[in-house]
Ligand binder design. Structure first.
Ligand code: SF4
Length: 248
């Protein structure tokens, strides 16, 4: 291990290096049931799942052309007023990175820094995400794309509501269709349950390869949660190792 690797792992508070003794799935189960940063109504995922189709139809979002180009999609998002979040944010935050990336990281929604800069994960949580990427030899923009479930900042950093997620999710689905990633990493419970369309604890979703319309999806903690609960960084490291294993 070189000095840079040591620095990264120290930043993640994972040094000396944690060594897995079990298979990742089994190991991750040991962590079990921890809650995510954000308190979410248990009904959100079900509401999202049920509401997506009706919401899309009502708002005309389902009319997204399956062959929609990046340019068209970016323009649609920039001009979107399909839910109430647009009225309270500075700008939409589309996503950033390599548009042909094998790795897609999906968070919940923009915070204050992201709203100001127009880029996802640029605050303290973004720095931690960059360090998490570096720990597995990845970096923002190089074979990595980063996006959120909702493109507009929820007020006071609240969780997005089910109807807001339902309104915005087709944009992410279209991004995924364009990127065609080999693996989706859902960061936090809101991202995971929104993409999977069902409610579950984050702990129960970790350590398993889920399916998102044919694309493997794994779940780990949101970096903002890890900033508040640094003891959980070891579990996030387990998840990253698990993710790397899926890409081999
Ligand atoms: S959050 Fe998504 S659906 Fe709502 S206004 Fe912004 S871009 Fe449109």
């Amino acid at each position: 291990m070189n000095l840079r690797d040591e620095e990264i792992l120290r930043e993640l508070k994972l040094y000396p290096l944690w060594v897995r003794r079990d298979l990742p799935v089994e190991a991750s189960r040991m962590g079990g049931g921890a809650a995510d940063t954000h308190q979410e109504s248990p009904a959100v995922a079900e509401l999202v799942s049920g509401a997506v189709e009706a919401q899309q139809t009502a708002m005309g979002i389902a009319s997204l052309n399956p062959s929609c180009s990046w340019l068209e999609l970016k323009q649609k998002v920039r001009d979107c007023t399909a839910c109430q979040l647009r009225a309270g944010c500075t700008q939409t935050v589309f996503g950033v990175g390599d548009e042909k990336a094998e790795w897609l990281f999906v968070g919940e929604g923009p915070g204050a820094d992201e709203d100001a800069r127009g880029e996802p994960f640029v605050g303290q949580a973004g720095k931690l995400l960059d360090n998490m990427l570096a720990a597995i030899k990845l970096k923002r923009g190089a074979n990595v794309y980063i996006a959120n479930i909702v493109k507009c900042r929820p007020p006071d950093n609240r969780n997005p509501e089910a109807d807001e997620i339902a309104a915005c999710l087709p944009y992410l689905q279209q991004q995924i269709a364009l990127i065609k990633p080999k693996l989706i990493v859902a960061l936090g419970k809101v991202a995971a349950t929104s993409l999977l369309g069902r409610d579950a604890t984050l702990g129960s979703l970790r350590g398993t390869v889920h399916d998102f319309h044919g694309t493997p999806l794994i779940v780990t903690y949101h970096p903002a949660y890890l900033l508040r609960s640094p003891a959980e960084k070891a579990k996030a490291w387990q998840d990253l190792c698990f993710a790397v294993q899926q890409m081999k």
